[in-house]
Design a binder for this molecule. Structure first.
Ligand SMILES: CC(C)(COP(=O)(O)OP(=O)(O)OC[C@H]1O[C@@H](n2cnc3c(N)ncnc32)[C@H](O)[C@@H]1OP(=O)(O)O)[C@@H](O)C(=O)NCCC(=O)NCCS
Length: 157
């Protein structure tokens, strides 16, 4: 990959079930992996491009290989998951994915965009802060006992 951020494309069903599964397992600890049935349902819903349904994009590098993804839930104006493969981090992939999700939610009339992030996840917190999100509160044990989560918010005004 060059220094330029990756190209983003819509997800395709069923082909991207495997794509997202690989990236999910590469980027997250096991306890944060999508359950298989949910993963398939999410990819199917996002691929439908129904404006009220889940929204997602896959990032691809110069060789056409998938290197990240983002999911957002328009019904709650929320970014639900984002990741960049370890081999392409700190090149703007995460930022491009978050910016695209924010733009998609704004286009669906979101007044603000929210997300949850582990308090312990410094890289993700830094990414969201760079994208304009601010901590709006802390949910104790949000990710399990002793694993607190920050709710972060971006105003769309
Ligand atoms: C968090 C994550 C998506 C960032 O992806 P990325 O493509 O490396 O992020 P970007 O290159 O777009 O970084 C944008 C900004 O975020 C911040 N940032 C990203 N990673 C960082 C790190 N490891 N340390 C400090 N700041 C970081 C920086 O401000 C960076 O800007 P800069 O490079 O100009 O300093 C990636 O590390 C990842 O997939 N982590 C595992 C999955 C995860 O935790 N996802 C989020 C929770 S759902």
């Amino acid at each position: 990959m060059t220094e330029a951020a990756a190209t983003l494309r819509p997800v395709q069903f069923p082909a991207d079930v495997a794509t997202i599964r690989c990236l999910d397992q590469e980027c997250f600890a096991r306890e944060d992996w999508y359950h298989e049935e949910l993963l398939e349902a999410f990819v199917r819903a996002a691929a439908s491009e129904d404006r009220r349904s889940l929204w997602a994009r896959v990032a691809v590098d110069d060789s056409g290989a998938a290197c990240g993804f983002v999911f957002a839930d328009p019904s709650h104006s929320r970014i639900t998951k984002v990741c960049a493969a370890p081999r392409c981090r700190r090149r703007g992939v995460g930022q491009a994915l978050v910016a695209a999700a924010v733009a998609a939610l704004r286009a669906r009339k979101a007044l603000s965009v929210s997300l949850f992030v582990r308090v312990s996840n410094g890289p993700a917190r830094a990414l969201y802060a760079k994208c304009g999100f601010a901590v709006d509160g802390t949910e104790v044990d949000y990710y399990g006992k002793g694993l607190d989560g920050h709710r972060m918010l971006l105003d769309c005004f």
